[in-house]
Write a protein that binds this ligand. Structure first.
Ligand code: BDR
Ligand code: CA
Length: 311
């Protein structure tokens, strides 16, 4: 089987964790590195969480830290959507996965230099923007960049802006302007993909460390959804990027042109997804529709394969 070389740039994040575990559970993916960026929580915590997740599955994968701040305006508060630690505030053992001494931007460039590479970006785009600034040839070296971010209809931080883009709109602008083929999973798509309470029960019933951890992380995330949206649908934003890679065709895609608003009284961080037909053959595409029943079954089956018994 041809395995796709994938690097995940991330701010774990409970749904980031699910995306990373789906990648680990997918024989069609060779996960070459995880690079951490500040976002849902600070960089120290997102980096620690990335190492915890690698330990959880007992694999050896490079983990490196990147940018602690966005390119321009500092975003001071941490989000509590994912708990204070970013992974639902469970107890974790001290991680053994080492921290690579390179900056994430260098790990990204080195990985792209070593062979065909797909980048999955599921946090603010700061690390990628810095990598592009340091290595302008990077964009032409990457096979595909799959991003979770943006929204056409409505943001989740402001009416205009989705979190990952809102944190660092300048970074998004430079990433969208570069030559790499981009597949974007915006909120309009990701809100179609969610787990429900019975899926958490199913995870617990497996009697596996991964199943218990996932249910434990997702429980407070479900409570947040209940408070914020008025129902416990557990939206799997970031997993959409990995799902697109391991289940091609499951998400319908449309050619578009992407832009981001960096100024404006109300619209900073808004994405403009130009869906007009003239862009049908564009190298920039956006996820449009996903069948949630099919996605849930696929995700649960793959996560279940990550270990069969309690440690
Ligand atoms: C995005 O923001 C984060 O909270 C999630 O991990 C996801 O990447 C959704 O807007
Ligand atoms: Ca994320």
């Amino acid at each position: 089987m041809d395995r796709r070389r994938v690097l995940i740039d991330t701010d774990p994040g409970v749904d980031d964790a699910v995306a990373i575990l789906l990648a680990f559970a997918s024989p069609d993916i060779e996960l070459v590195a995880i690079t951490a960026v500040a976002g849902n929580v600070g960089l120290d915590k997102t980096t620690l969480n990335a190492r915890r997740l690698v330990d959880l599955v007992g694999r050896r994968v490079i983990v490196a830290a990147g940018c602690a701040e966005p390119l321009s305006e500092r975003v001071s508060e941490e989000s509590v959507v994912h708990g204070h630690d970013g992974l639902g505030d469970l107890e974790w053992p001290e991680p053994v996965t080492p921290l690579d001494p390179r900056h994430a931007a260098e790990v990204i460039y080195d990985a792209a230099s070593e062979g065909p590479l797909t980048i999955v970006a599921i946090g603010p785009l700061t690390n990628l923007a810095v990598a592009l600034e340091r290595h302008p040839d990077l964009a032409t070296m990457v096979e595909e960049l799959v991003i979770m971010g943006g929204a056409s209809f409505e943001g989740n931080v402001t009416p205009a802006a989705e979190f990952n883009i809102w944190v660092d709109p300048e970074a998004a602008r430079s990433v969208f302007a570069a030559e790499w083929p981009i597949t974007l999973m915006p909120l309009d798509l990701t809100h179609q993909a969610y787990l429900v309470d019975e899926d958490l029960d199913e995870m617990r019933s497996w009697g596996t460390v991964v199943g218990d951890r996932c249910a434990g992380m997702l429980e407070p995330y479900a409570a947040f959804h209940d408070e914020w949206y008025g129902n416990r649908d557990i939206i799997m934003h970031d997993a959409m990027c990995v799902y697109e890679l391991v289940s091609p065709g499951a998400i319908s895609l449309q050619g578009v042109r992407l832009a981001v608003e960096v100024t404006g009284e109300h619209a900073r961080g808004a994405t403009f997804i130009d869906r007009r037909r003239v862009h049908a053959e564009s190298t920039q595409r956006v996820g449009v529709h996903v069948d949630n029943h099919q996605f849930r079954r696929f995700l649960l089956e793959r996560l279940r394969s990550l270990g069969v018994s309690e440690q």
